[in-house]
Design a protein around this ligand. Structure first.
Ligand SMILES: O=P(O)(O)OC[C@H]1O[C@](O)(CO)[C@@H](O)[C@@H]1O
Length: 439
């Protein structure tokens, strides 16, 4: 706040409160939109027994589980897996879980080397049913499965896709493959609490009901409280908006003091970037990890260009911890008897103090521990903050029109039917701009 870091960089309480009427109006619009644009708000209330049941079957039957998807069709599931299972899950537990996102042959090879394809369930996740990377990875796997298993290949597949539209749904219907629905009103980056994220999470042994309970709790907090200072989602949205539009903080750094929350930031990056980056507006989300990036980025954050607002994620208690011995040489005896997690927390406090001294705006979100419930709360918090931000920036946070152009050129280059005109446009562009003739 301005009272701590001054008015040039900090937010004035009056400034926040001046949005009071806007917040009340937007709050009631959001409540009305919960069966339409804000349908993701309904996901915490769904019945998940069918997901749990099928996940149970997969857990009993397969040694490995591979999610084939990209963007909103994988980041959420990966975030749940990496934050809520043991760090070395794949070394200790079954089924081992993998993610095939990119079309990078090296990555593909490394996954293949760690699985026995006959004992692996592949979850192909794509809302549109046609994303190039997903369909390409899937096609290679499909031919391998057919070679290994003949007609029984179907048993090793489960699709998560639109309930009616798209190539994958058509194929699933034809081939009688087990399928789960992506709710049509929920876009990829808001879909982690649907089967997109819940099936892989349940297969990994995560308590998905607790996850939804946390999201419900956050929905409750944010539904009854329309006062800007008491609604955490609106507070996050407004403080970022004011920092961006009135203080020039065009970059939002998210810095968890926890390696396990690294992919929470990957998920947040898509949510914030793809939802709000429109009409020349938005804020660039950046990942930093405490304490590691203290030794890499903090010089810039404190004394470099003043374009950042920083969110720290603090975990109060760690499920594991290691104590530093009492008997240490005098030079380092200040560490005696302390623990690793204690140092992590103190370094966060130290970094925060240093940023405050340099008048860098920052927010701290504390959770008592990394649990399904708390991650459910955080997911819902950021999804709602993003949806609310759409009203602040006066943009539609639920589409991604600018992503399509690159996809269309790729289709054209890959020779997809109906994209001949796009190919001509591509060739023309290269000729004109780069003086390169493309064949
Ligand atoms: O689920 P799909 O349709 O494969 O899309 C994957 C991702 O691709 C995007 O459309 C961007 O290209 C994201 O919005 C989406 O999450």
């Amino acid at each position: 706040m301005a009272e701590v870091i001054g008015e040039r960089d900090g937010i004035l309480r009056e400034e926040l409160l001046s949005f009071r009427h806007f917040v009340v109006e937007t709050h009631s619009l959001i409540q009305k939109e919960k069966n339409r644009k804000f349908y993701f708000c309904r996901l915490p209330y769904q019945n998940v027994s069918h997901i749990k049941e099928y996940a149970g079957y997969i857990r009993d039957r397969f040694e490995s589980f591979v999610v084939i998807g990209i963007g909103g069709s994988s980041l959420g599931a990966r975030m749940l897996f990496e934050s809520l299972t043991e760090t070395n899950h794949n070394l200790k537990k079954k089924p081992k879980i993998f993610f095939l996102e990119n079309v990078d042959p090296e990555k593909f090879k490394s996954v293949l080397e760690q699985i026995d394809i006959k004992n692996t369930c592949f979850n192909v996740v794509t809302k549109s049913g046609s994303t190039v990377e997903t369909i390409a990875n899937f096609s290679v796997i499909l031919s391998m499965l057919k070679k290994e298993l003949g007609d029984n290949y179907r048993e090793n597949l489960v699709f998560t896709t639109d309930p009616e539209k798209g190539f994958l749904r058509k194929l699933g219907n034809q081939e009688k493959i087990k399928m789960f629905d992506v709710p049509p009103l929920v876009g990829g980056r808001f879909s982690v609490l649907s089967p997109v994220g819940l099936l892989p999470a349940a297969v990994a042994g995560i308590d998905i009901e607790e996850l939804l309970a946390g999201a419900k709790k956050m929905d409750l907090v944010c539904s009854i409280e329309e006062h800007v200072e008491h609604n955490p989602a609106y507070l996050i949205a407004l403080s970022h908006y004011i920092a961006n539009m009135r203080r020039g903080k065009t970059i939002s750094v998210m810095m968890p003091y926890s390696e396990k929350l690294s992919s929470f930031v990957d998920w947040y990056r898509q949510l914030w970037a793809e939802s709000l980056g429109k009409d020349g507006l938005g804020q660039t989300p950046v990942k930093a990890i405490g304490t590691v990036d203290q030794h890499s980025q903090i010089q810039l954050y404190r004394e470099g260009i003043r374009d950042k607002i920083i969110t720290f994620l603090h975990i109060e208690k760690s499920d594991v911890d290691y104590k530093i011995p009492e008997e240490l040489p005098e030079d380092i005896s200040y560490l005696s008897g302390h623990s690793l997690h204690e140092i992590l927390s103190k370094e966060l406090l130290g970094t925060k103090a240093a940023l405050i001294k340099s008048k860098v705006p920052n927010i701290t979100i504390s959770i008592d521990r990394i649990s399904s419930y708390n991650i459910g709360m955080l997911i819902y918090l950021y999804e709602l903050a993003t949806g609310f931000s759409g009203y602040l920036y006066k943009i539609n946070p639920f589409d991604q029109p600018a992503v399509e152009e690159g996809k269309n050129f790729t289709y054209a280059l890959m020779g997809r039917e109906g994209y001949q005109e796009k190919l001509e446009e591509f060739k023309e562009l290269y000729k004109e701009k780069y003086k390169i003739e493309v064949q």
